[in-house]
Design a binder for this molecule. Sequence first.
Ligand SMILES: [Zn+2]
Length: 205
Amino acid sequence: MMFAHESAVSGCAGCSLSAGLARRGLLGGLILAGAALGLAPGRARADKPAPYKALLLSCVDPRTQAPVAAWMNEGVPDSHPDSLLGLYSQFTIAGAAVGVVAPAFPKAWGETFWDNFSASIELHRIENLIAVDHSNCGALGIAYGRDILDDPKREFAQHLKDATELKRQLALRHPKVNFQAWYVARDKCGNFTEWRNLVAGPPIG
Ligand SMILES: [Zn+2]
């Protein structure tokens, strides 16, 4: 399915943004490129519905890439009743929500995420942030001590705490953007198939 303004939103704008960043070699170029494209915050937008639905914040763990993509691409009643295939942007960082908010990681990690999130809002007009954390996450061990990974209750509680903190930060930065956070754990076969809600949000339609 093609959207009427797909090329203007995801094609030309995305390429121009990348080119702008490459030319300037500065993160600040992101803002300048957005302004040059007429994408500055506050600019009146067309009355068409947003073409894209969400940004997915996920972990770099190789084991979780395929399961998380499959989950996004299928209908999930409490999250996204219809497939989000081709309808979401993605930011992947060690720890997902933990990587953005845990004090143990450099502050730049969180700032880089929020800068990219703002760019995705401007470029793709997304209205939802989905965070997916996972069990046995090495980044959680780095941030809070490796032994936390041996205590499933403590492990889950920390992911819940960090996802809640991420929601708090989102509300300060982008109060109109909806939020939901999920946790995927391994089943008895070691596959990431057991999904639990961390922070409930409105289903994305
Ligand atoms: Zn991880």
